[in-house]
Design a protein around this ligand. Structure first.
Ligand code: SAM
Length: 412
């Protein structure tokens, strides 16, 4: 059967690519600038048998390149080549018009909750990577574009577009393929802030998802409805919880601090299931927090309140959930690029006096059990926190309306 062909721009370690594979697509190219993420991508998605899924990855190695099109991007090495879509097609041996779907999740740091959102000058996007992203779409003009971004790009998480989104939508409407008149072409869109927990991911994660379809009307884009809910009903299952995902026979819960699940009787080796070390005073504080509630704030007014002083000094600005303890029977909080640092959020294990391990974080992001992670803590956290949960992408891209758009055209 013919399957839609996907190129994943800003692919990271492949969370979104994996979702497309699970939804039955063929991922034919993937590009990012971050070396460790690309190594992780290659190990898991190019070097493995993905037969358990309907889709596939058809290349041996993702491409390392700068996708900023020469706009300034401080996060990328100056010596990396800035590529066009033609360069990408050449690298993956793709014909013009062969790509059905572009999956693109350009980072937009300007809209992270900790940055400013000062008004944009008219017509000028604040974020260069978004400009670059639109250039790639102009060159490739695929049938479908999948877009993911932080929720703040819709005003305060509401369904109201910011200038950033306004600009994107206007640009996408004006893109036409060679031969199409302005009246014919253009992308219609559906953009929504969704919670990944409502799509079966064991994590509360609010993100803006955009589906753009060439030459259709907005009404024709049927956005997939949630499949899970806090209050389930006939159409929706209960949210998947932390317990459902990480309380399992193949993970040793009571790891010693600093211990890795390697060479432990009765458990498969898993170097990513490694517990960080904490100071004795931190463990004391976790125990006290657990006894009095679930957050450092619960120590206020108790005999152990002095423990707050020490921890409070280390609290990241704005992180009121710092040192919080996860609940077993709820979805996890949003996994960030600091998701195994207990000073950065509610990342303490529900019953053990330690941060969650990298494996536990990856499972809560919806990565499969076999997914290998970088060996260094910083890189492991970064690829997990940056990812789009594969399950969320699978639900979006696997929706019959979206899937048929790309499959129809690749069958022609
Ligand atoms: C939100 S993450 C994408 C996550 C990925 N889609 C996934 O699901 O795992 C954004 C990615 O953009 C990459 N990136 C940032 N600036 C870039 C640039 N100028 N060129 C290429 N990649 C860039 C980062 O390395 C990061 O992996």
């Amino acid at each position: 059967m013919s399957r839609g062909k996907v190129v994943d721009l800003f692919c990271g370690a492949g969370g979104a690519s994996l979702g497309f594979v699970q939804a039955g697509y063929e991922v034919v190219g993937a590009v990012d600038a971050y070396e460790r993420a690309l190594e992780t991508y290659e190990t898991n998605l190019c070097g493995r048998d993905l037969d358990e899924y309907e889709g596939s990855v058809s290349f041996n190695e993702p491409m390392r390149a700068d996708l900023s099109r020469g706009y300034e991007d401080d996060d990328v090495d100056d010596d990396l080549p800035a590529v066009t879509f033609e360069d990408i097609r050449e690298r993956f041996d793709l014909e013009e018009g062969e790509v059905d779907v572009i999956c693109g999740c350009p980072p937009c740091q300007n809209f992270s909750s900790l940055r400013d959102t000062e008004p944009w000058p008219d017509g000028k996007p604040k974020d260069n990577l978004l400009k670059a992203y639109v250039k790639f779409i102009e060159e490739a003009t695929p049938d479908v574009v999948f877009f993911e971004n932080v929720s703040n790009i819709m005003n305060a998480g509401e369904e109201v577009a910011t200038d950033y989104v306004d600009w994107l939508v206007r640009q996408m409407r004006s893109i036409t393929r060679g031969g199409d008149s302005k009246m014919e072409g253009g992308y219609s869109h559906e953009l929504r802030v969704v919670d990944a927990a409502d799509y079966g991911v064991p994590q509360k994660r609010h993100r803006t998802i955009g589906l753009f379809v060439y030459e259709s009307s907005d009404e024709e884009i049927d956005f997939p409805e949630p499949t899970h809910a806090e209050d389930p009903d006939d159409d929706r299952e209960p949210w998947v919880t932390v317990r459902d995902r990480i309380h399992r026979d193949d993970l040793k819960e009571d790891l010693d601090l600093g211990q890795k699940q390697v060479g432990i009787d009765g458990y498969p080796d898993d170097p990513a299931h490694r517990a960080r070390r904490h100071q004795d005073s931190t463990v004391e504080m976790i125990e006290a927090i657990r006894e009095h509630g679930g957050s450092w704030k619960d120590l206020e007014g108790t005999e152990e309140k002095d423990l707050i002083k020490e921890c409070h000094q280390k609290v990241d600005s704005g992180a009121s959930s710092a040192y919080g303890i996860m609940e077993w029977d709820e979805p996890a909080p949003t996994m960030t690029t600091r998701c195994t640092n207990i000073s950065s959020g509610r990342f303490t294990h529900p019953s053990e006096d330690r941060a969650i391990t990298f494996r536990e974080a990856a499972l809560l992001m919806g990565f499969p059990r076999w997914f290998e992670l970088p060996n260094t803590n910083h890189d492991a956290e970064r690829v997990i926190g940056n990812a789009v949960p594969p399950q969320l992408v699978k639900k979006m891209a696997g929706h019959p309306d979206i899937r048929s758009r790309s499959i129809e055209s690749s069958a022609v």
